[in-house]
Design a protein around this ligand. Structure first.
Ligand code: AMP
Length: 209
């Protein structure tokens, strides 16, 4: 199955994707993680993306479309993939439709007020991309990644003023994707406010897993 996770930044797409990898036996592809890795490695792509990401804006379509195409052409995606954070604009969705057949767009519904509360507690591992929350999903050892024992970081774009701008960008440019995939009859919406376990359960039910 080729699955897209839709939802505002901080809706829980990354956490759900990590769970669905095991359940579905396919990899998840997060354009945000690929871009953060590029920045950490000081690559030319990272240098181009950084200014947009730090300001809470979207990286230009051309850059992300190219990197996504390369990623899903890799061998591990041939039996399916979970997209977390892509597409984020209608042009991205149109390009994706040209190269892959999307089975379902699962939309995680979480109101802005809840998102704002969540983002400030988020911590990420720059090495493996795992995400935690200091209250809702803490690592076993404080500020340390469960997978690779690296210290955890607060993303620059999780700061309060940047979060507001990311939410505005989401409503303006990404939310219209619900209608785009709705017209193709592919959207399944679930409540993403009920905690991680309930969100997993609702997702499994919606996807028939
Ligand atoms: P995320 O980890 O998915 O929240 O992405 C973090 C940041 O990376 C976003 O705020 C954007 O600046 C950039 N980004 C990630 N995915 C995309 C995308 N599909 N299109 C444009 N920018 C993206």
């Amino acid at each position: 199955m080729n699955l897209i996770l839709l939802g505002a930044p901080g809706a829980g797409k990354g956490t759900l994707a990590a769970y669905l990898i095991e359940k579905m036996g396919v990899p998840s592809v997060s354009t945000g993680n690929i871009l953060r890795e590029a920045i950490a490695n000081n690559t030319p792509l990272g240098a181009k993306a950084k200014q947009f990401m730090d300001a809470g804006q979207l990286v230009p379509d051309r850059l992300v479309i190219d990197l996504l195409k390369d990623r899903i052409a890799e061998d591990d995606c041939k039996n399916g993939f979970i997209l977390d954070g892509f597409p984020r604009t209608i042009p991205q969705a149109e390009e994706l439709d040209k190269i892959a057949n999307i089975d379902c767009a699962l939309s995680l519904e979480v109101p802005d007020e809840v998102i704002e509360g969540r983002m400030t507690g988020r911590r990420v591992c720059l090495k493996c991309g795992a995400t935690y929350h200091i209250v809702a999903n803490p690592p076993k050892q404080e500020n340390t990644c469960d997978n690779c024992a690296e210290p955890l970081h607060i993303r620059k774009d999780d700061k309060a003023e940047v979060v507001k701008s990311r939410l505005a960008t989401y409503h303006e440019q990404t939310e219209p994707l619900k209608e785009y995939y709705g017209k193709q009859g592919k959207v399944k919406s679930i409540d993403g406010t009920q905690g991680i376990e309930e969100t997993k359960r609702l997702a499994e039910k919606a996807l028939g897993l």
